[in-house]
Design a protein around this ligand. Structure first.
Ligand SMILES: Nc1nc2c(c(=O)[nH]1)N[C@H]1C(S)=C(S)[C@@H](COP(=O)(O)OP(=O)(O)OC[C@H]3O[C@@H](n4cnc5c(=O)[nH]c(N)nc54)[C@H](O)[C@@H]3O)O[C@H]1N2
Ligand SMILES: Nc1nc2c(c(=O)[nH]1)N[C@H]1C(S)=C(S)[C@@H](COP(=O)(O)OP(=O)(O)OC[C@H]3O[C@@H](n4cnc5c(=O)[nH]c(N)nc54)[C@H](O)[C@@H]3O)O[C@H]1N2
Ligand SMILES: [Mo]
Length: 765
């Protein structure tokens, strides 16, 4: 379906007056504060702004609904542990604008689908449960009770529970996530795809196999003890701005930083800390000591080249480079790795990586300068066909240096959504471990389904071929976040019922199953009042700290229910006497949910007591302590071949990335300040020589096509922007370019879509 049809399934084309300036080389500082304040004051009343911004990420406050970067265990800035993009996330949720029933009476879904994602989001907070009856064009109000009955009826009418799919986005609290997976399993399915499938699934898969835990191993303190931080495939200046403060502190403590990226990202060049007076006055800290401009997906050859050169140095002086004691005592597969490295041709590796051997030698020198190293990464490594291998190669490097399981060293996959890690800990997973299911069976007296469920790709396929009939989403924007938008739209439209638990309007509310329901819920910033008094929820950050989050604002509407309350009501309506869980009691007092979590999941001993401690508590982490809970009890070296790409003449490699003014599919604004792109999003960043070679000029408009398995996908009208990106590589924004990402191409083993590696061609628009 194209944008000219009645229902627009992709972000519509608009007349954008795009302005281009030189990319920034300094992140944050005054412009960040100004930008944050503009967003906040546009959305919120002044009185609320001040108290809300001051309580973000404070010990007694709420967890920032932005990213999952951890808060300092001890000292927290009195300004609020705040950052520009955190402030935007808060303004987005705490907006004073409302989407009430008369909004839907006025605007049909067809009309709304012609609105940009930006305009949809800016309409305000959803206030009432709404239903779109089959064949209708307008949502109408429905009572909560009637909504739960309709969903229950549809679910109970299915031939098999596996015909229902239950998606989760990563903002859901631990309490809501635990209840949700329990309800879904009591209903009878493991169809629990989540945003993690599109995000750090490759990290979880690789780390579980190699070091025995699918999470990172470092704490924030390790940044201040380390010799070297490698930031690879990640753009912290935009996506984890508070990480820049940690990098600055690390540098002041003597660490060096290498960044590896096809783009020179401003956030890694220099940083003005907006929380320091000197930063506001203009003094900036250089962060990067070395920038390696790798080609898209050139990371395996680059890391291999580094290891080959390390091996060379080790050969010159045995024991001086590799940590043999650690390797002998704690690892498996060393000899095979060395044999593999010996087969490699370093020149060819450098060539494949796009980085010169001279630059790679500089990196090797920096690695050799100290024994402790941390590697941080995000979507630049995970969203590739060889995403799992990318991360296993990172682990190989750390293991050779014995740089894990000790202070100042280890793995740091930087998580995306603020509780995506906690949701997985709570059992949101389509492939649950038998031991976890055994616990649920014993504690809640039922037989959980044992067969694995659908992940995100599997869920889209199931809906497309008619096996998935009910789609329920706990948050998120499934249509726009997943690949192959037009195919996914048809899959969703194939369902009998789609239900979205949401705070804000998005395209998934408009492109729906035959019947659609919106259940509006409380956000992080809001007070959650239940029978026993005000409640708090808890979340787990990127470094495995579980802590409380308490909202302080009055709810956006008196109609809103909390996510736990929605799940409890739905579970009661659907399962009736089939469930022995005291759903209502859990809602009256969330401590009882936490007691149930404590009984079911290791690491949550004395949950209610410890979550009330300042700053919360750390979950156990074997890799952090040097204990590798893999099948063989060792940390495992792995062999990861250099990926081969069949790039045809004229094709470019496209990565889909985030602008500075978005949170995934939520568009805060139309600027990408650090990259010097203003007032528009349909741009394609290209190297000047590629622009020339393709016969275009900066400012020209092109249509993008991708061809996979004989099918051509098309995204019209992108403006060419000259940018210092690696040659042969281009960048566009997600979700505008998602139509080009083929559903059937995903990472081996983790099935994460290849959103950072799409072969495309350009045509004059
Ligand atoms: N403000 C804001 N914060 C966010 C989000 C947001 O949208 N907005 N999203 C949240 C979520 S869910 C997530 S997962 C994270 C995402 O955080 P990031 O992973 O930082 O986000 P991306 O924009 O996808 O950027 C990926 C980076 O990888 C680089 N890259 C792409 N391909 C390759 C490659 O092949 N090799 C290497 N070495 N680098 C590559 C890109 O140039 C880019 O700098 O951020 C979270 N925080
Ligand atoms: N091409 C391409 N595609 C990608 C990516 C990419 O880099 N490139 N990145 C992928 C990644 S890393 C991720 S994590 C996914 C993200 O996928 P999702 O998590 O599905 O998408 P979001 O845009 O984060 O979801 C935003 C919606 O969540 C709802 N929401 C916000 N707060 C709350 C809340 O507190 N409760 C509830 N119930 N709802 C809430 C709002 O209605 C909002 O419209 O996208 C993936 N898709
Ligand atoms: Mo993510």
């Amino acid at each position: 379906m194209s944008t000219s049809d009645r229902l627009c399934v992709t972000p519509p084309l608009e007349d954008e007056k795009i302005k281009i300036t030189r990319p920034d080389t300094i992140a944050a500082g005054i412009p960040a504060v100004v930008s944050a304040m503009q967003h906040v004051f546009r959305e919120m009343k002044l009185r609320q702004c001040v108290s809300t911004l001051f309580s973000v990420n404070q010990m007694e406050g709420f967890d920032c609904p932005g990213c999952a970067w951890p808060d300092p265990d001890d000292h927290r800035s009195s300004l609020g542990e705040y950052c520009e993009n955190g402030a935007k996330a808060i303004a987005e949720e705490a907006t004073s604008k409302r989407v009430e029933p008369d909004f839907f009476a006025k605007h049909s879904i067809y009309e709304l689908s012609q609105w940009s994602d930006y305009k949809l989001g800016k309409s305000g907070r959803l206030t009432h449960p709404m239903i779109l009856e089959a064949g209708q064009e307008h949502y109408q109000p429905i009572s909560w009770e009637a909504a739960f009955q309709r969903i229950a009826q549809e679910l109970n009418g299915l031939a098999h529970p596996d015909e229902a799919i239950f998606y989760t986005s990563g903002r859901t609290s631990n309490e809501a996530a635990f209840m949700y997976q329990l309800f879904v399993r009591q209903f009878g399915t493991n169809n629990l795809p989540d945003c993690s499938n599109m995000c750090h699934e490759s990290s979880g898969t690789a780390l579980s196999q190699t070091v025995g835990i699918g999470k990172g191993s470092v704490r924030l303190e390790d940044f201040y003890l380390t010799d070297l931080i490698i930031v690879i495939g990640q753009n912290p200046g935009t996506n984890h701005p508070r990480m820049l403060t940690a990098l600055q502190k690390a540098k002041r403590a003597g660490a060096k930083i290498i960044s590896i990226n096809p783009l020179p990202e401003a956030g890694l060049e220099r940083f003005r800390n907006p929380q320091e007076i000197s930063g506001l006055l203009g003094s900036s800290t250089p962060l990067n000591d070395l920038f390696l401009q790798v080609t898209i997906n050139g990371d395996v050859p680059l890391l291999k080249a580094i290891m080959c050169l390390l091996l060379e140095a080790e050969r010159q002086q045995a024991g001086s480079v590799f940590d043999r004691d650690f390797i002998d005592a704690h690892t498996d597969g060393y000899d095979a790795l060395i044999a593999d490295l010996e087969q490699q041709d370093v020149e060819a590796l450098a060539q494949a990586s796009g980085v010169s051997l001279a630059e790679i030698r500089k990196a090797v020198e920096m690695i050799l300068a100290g024994p402790k190293m941390i590697v941080c990464w995000a979507m630049g490594l995970t969203q590739h066909r060889n995403g799992v291998q990318n991360i296993r190669e990172v682990v190989n490097l750390l293991l050779l240096r014995g740089s894990i399981g000790k202070p100042g060293a280890g793995t740091c996959p930087v998580r995306g959504h603020s509780n995506v890690q906690g949701d997985r800990t709570m059992g949101i997973w389509e492939k649950p471990k038998p031991a976890f299911l055994d616990k649920l069976a014993a504690n809640f007296d039922f037989s959980p389904p044992r067969e694995h469920g659908h992940d995100t790709v599997g869920a889209i396929e199931a809906m497309a071929n008619g096996q998935g009939k009910v789609f329920f989403a706990m948050g998120g924007n499934f249509l726009s976040a997943t690949p192959d938008t037009e195919y996914t739209a048809r899959a969703l439209q194939n369902c009998n019922l789609t239900v979205q638990v949401s705070t804000k309007l998005n395209r998934s509310h408009l492109v729906t199953g035959k019947t659609a329901i919106i259940l509006p819920c409380l956000g992080r910033t809001e007070r959650d009042q239940q029978a026993s008094g005000p409640q708090f929820v808890s979340v787990e950050n990127s470094m495995g700290v579980v802590h409380a989050s308490r909202g302080g604002l009055p709810p956006a509407s008196p109609q809103l229910l909390s996510e736990p309350a929605i799940i409890a009501s739905l579970a009661q309506a659907t399962l009736k006497k089939r469930s022995k869980v005291p759903w209502q009691k859990w809602i009256d007092n969330y401590d009882l949910i936490r007691d149930a979590i404590e009984q079911s999941i290791p690491g949550f001993e004395r949950y209610n007591e410890r979550v009330r401690n300042h700053g919360g508590f750390y979950l156990p982490n074997g890799a952090r302590d040097g204990a590798f809970h893999t099948q063989n009890g060792k940390a495992n070296f792995t062999l990861n071949p250099v990926p081969k790409h069949d790039i045809k003449d004229g094709e470019l490699i496209m990565m889909t990335i985030r602008s500075h003014d978005q949170f995934n599919t939520t568009i805060y604004g139309l600027d990408d300040r650090y990259r010097g792109i203003f007032n528009g999003r349909r741009v394609i960043l290209m190297h000047t020589s590629d622009i020339q070679a393709q016969g275009f000029r900066p400012g020209d408009y092109v249509d993008l096509t991708s061809e996979y398995d004989g099918q051509i996908r098309r995204a019209p009208k992108f403006m060419i922007v000259k940018y210092p990106i690696a040659r042969g590589c281009v960048a566009t924004y997600f979700p505008e370019a998602n139509v080009l990402v083929p559903l059937q191409h995903y990472a081996e083993k983790s099935r994460t879509p290849v959103s950072k590696h799409v072969r495309i061609r350009l045509e004059k628009s």
